[in-house]
Each structure stands twice: as structure tokens, then as C-alpha cells.
Design a protein around this ligand. Structure first.
Ligand code: 3EB
Length: 356
């Protein structure tokens, strides 16, 4: 596990604000903390925390923290158990809207939602209703631009009446965006859609007051233009969103896989899929023009999250990434199902860019 240097000296007795001014400078939105160090964090300056995302075994969920907390039922594959701590350079305000817990700070809104399984409703209906609530919240709150969505659903590759759960998820999401008059090549957020082991739909997201810039990958057909063979409604997400808030420029990179055009390459070859995925990520980074950055230049203020379908591919993924990346770039490895059955892995990222 690669960790930013600042984490090695993390002292749980320090408040977040002190911690930030001491080491997290300039303002960082996302940082990775050892899960066991969090108790120190939660007792101090909670208004600087936008939210926390934990993974399997994380014990904070359901507690009475003022900020949103979501635990994803996915195993971390590295020994060190980390969680995502979303921080705010300004004090945050907290609220709840139709079950969505959120934090906002004048620039962005960070929201989490957990919907337990409800038998009579289909995946598409549950997804549609959830997306409608999210779109409702961002309209009402003034943080009207969706930047990034993380979607976690059970049995993503499972099939019911001839339609996969992922395709059903895509139906519901598409309907909500279409009804909200989204312009698909301008307004779609970056996203990930990953299968987890247990029941319930879990979504977290970032929306902002200022629009981000949608970025597509010239090596890939835009997902929202995939042909019908992948499902009756195409996946509604962009390859990346470029944002600027709090004086920072960040690229939110969607889950990226071994797809060229619209087809999966290297089925059953994890190393081949990893190589193709990195080429795809570099292709998106190249779309940044003047501010383009090389994958091997990503530093401690970036983060990559790698999902592998089968635990046995963790070793090869970790090794190949270590050969490519700068060791200062943090990487989390999680076990999760990828939305296409023939995909073995997927990589998403948050990339901080030099100031313009
Ligand atoms: C792909 O490129 C791989 O449906 O939100 C990656 C990231 C994928 C997000 C989504 C799907 C999604 O089509 C799958």
C-alpha cells in the first residue's frame, strides 16, 4: 500500500484543522486515513469533515456523527485498512433530504444514500427513485451540477427476466436524467458502478455550484452512446469531470476498464486488462490539453481506487501498478464485481492538477 507521506505521522490527537494546516496544505478534499485513527478525528472539528466512506469492517456506520458516513460492503485487499475522509477547507453545514445525508460548504455538496432491499420494487425502480431524490436535492440546494457519482449494488451481474441488474440500474438512472432534461454530452457526471456482496443500494456523490467540464475518451465510444447490445438504455456517465473549486483543479476519473470502442479487450487476461485500462486512463489525461499530466507523475495528492473481481488478481494488479506509478500516489485495492461479466478489473481516480 502506498500512502501519502503525511499519513505516516498522523496523530489522532490533532484536530482536522490543525492537521490540515500542519500537513494537508493546500486544501485537500479527499484524504485516506487508517480506519483505526478515526476516533481522534471524529472528536475534533467535525465541521471540517464532509463525510466518511468506510469499507468492510468499518465500525463508524450508523453512529450519530453530524456528517454523512457510508460503509461499503467490500473488502480492502491490502493489509492496511483505510477509509476515505472527505475534508472541507471551509466549515460545512449538514442536512438530510429524503434519506440522503449531506454536507455542503459553499462550493460543493457531498451526499450519501443507503437504500435497503425492498422486495416488491425492481432494481430500475429503486434506482430511478433514488436518482430523482438526488436530482431533487441538488436543485433545491443550489449545488445543481453533478460532478461524480459512486454506485454500489448487489448481484450486479445477476439476471432477472432476461435483464441484468446492471442493465436495470442503467434503465432507472437514464430515466431520471432524461426526465430532468440532462444533455448527455454536457451534463453527465463521472461515475463508477460496482457490485458488492450484500443487499442494498449505496450511492455517494459530489455536486457543485459551478459546472464541471465533461471529458470523454477518444479511444472509447462514450458510454451514453453504447449500442443496444449492452442494454436497452445506455450507461449515463462521462469518462471524467474536470472541476475547479476552493482554488483547486481536480479531475474526477470514472471507473475505467479494458474497453476500446465499445468492446471488451483481453477477456480472461487480468494483466492485459490492466495494461489496456492504463492506456485508457492516459488517453483521458491527454484530453486535458495544456494541463495534461502523465500517469507516472501522479503524486501524493492524487488517489486511485482499483476494483478487482477475483482476489487472485490483486497480486498482479498491485505489481503492474507499482511498475507504472510513482510510489507516492496512494492506491486502494478493493474486491468488487465489475458491471460487465468479462471485465476483471476497473480503476477510478481523483487527480489533482497544477493550478492554471
Ligand atoms: C465501461 O467503461 C465500464 O455505469 O456508471 C465504468 C464506470 C463502467 C461507470 C457506470 C460503468 C459505469 O463501460 C463500466
Amino acid at each position: 500500500m502506498n500512502l501519502p507521506a503525511r499519513m505516516g505521522s498522523f496523530d489522532p490527537s490533532l484536530g482536522v484543522t490543525q492537521q490540515r494546516s500542519a500537513r494537508l496544505d493546500p486544501p485537500v478534499y479527499l484524504t485516506l486515513f487508517p480506519a483505526e485513527a478515526l476516533s481522534g478525528l471524529t472528536n475534533t472539528k467535525p465541521a471540517s469533515v464532509l463525510g466518511i466512506i468506510g469499507f468492510d469492517g468499518f465500525s463508524e456506520s450508523g453512529t450519530d456523527t453530524p456528517y454523512p458516513v457510508l460503509t461499503l460492503p467490500m473488502s480492502s485487499l491490502d493489509e492496511q485498512k483505510l477509509c476515505e475522509v472527505w475534508l472541507s477547507p471551509q466549515p460545512a453545514r449538514y442536512g438530510e433530504h429524503q434519506g440522503i445525508r449531506y454536507a455542503c460548504n459553499g462550493d460543493i455538496l457531498f451526499g450519501c444514500f443507503y437504500l435497503p432491499e425492498q422486495e416488491p420494487d425492481s432494481v430500475e425502480t429503486r434506482t430511478y427513485r433514488t436518482y430523482c431524490r438526488i436530482l431533487d436535492l441538488i436543485r433545491l440546494s443550489g449545488y445543481t451540477h453533478l460532478i461524480r457519482m459512486w454506485n454500489y449494488l448487489p448481484r450486479i451481474n445477476g439476471e432477472y427476466l432476461g435483464l441484468e441488474n446492471y442493465q436495470r440500474f442503467c434503465l432507472g438512472r437514464h430515466q431520471a436524467f432524461a426526465e430532468a432534461d440532462y444533455v448527455f454530452d454536457r451534463d453527465l457526471p463521472a461515475a463508477s458502478a460496482i457490485g458488492t456482496g450484500t443487499e442494498g443500494l449505496r450511492i455517494y456523490f459530489i455536486a457543485s455550484r459551478a459546472p464541471g467540464r465533461q471529458i470523454e475518451n477518444p479511444r472509447q465510444v462514450s458510454a451514453y452512446r453504447y449500442p443496444l447490445q449492452y442494454g436497452p438504455r445506455s450507461p449515463s456517465f462521462s469518462r471524467a469531470t474536470l472541476t475547479e473549486f476552493g482554488g483547486e483543479r481536480q479531475l474526477y476519473l470514472s471507473g475505467t476498464a479494458s474497453i476500446v470502442g465499445h468492446e471488451t479487450l483481453h477477456p480472461e487476461d487480468a494483466a492485459g486488462q490492466l495494461r489496456e485500462t492504463l492506456i485508457n486512463i492516459q488517453a483521458v489525461l491527454n484530453e486535458l490539453g495544456q494541463s495534461r499530466i502523465r500517469l507516472d507523475e501522479l503524486g501524493p495528492d492524487c488517489m486511485l481506487k482499483v476494483y478487482v473481481r477475483h482476489r487472485e488478481h490483486f497480486g498482479i494488479a498491485k505489481q503492474r501498478l507499482a511498475e507504472t506509478l510513482n510510489p507516492s500516489c496512494p492506491v486502494i485495492f478493493l474486491q468488487g464485481d465489475i458491471c460487465r461479466r468479462d471485465l476483471l478489473l476497473e480503476i477510478e481516480g481523483i487527480i489533482r492538477l497544477p493550478r492554471s
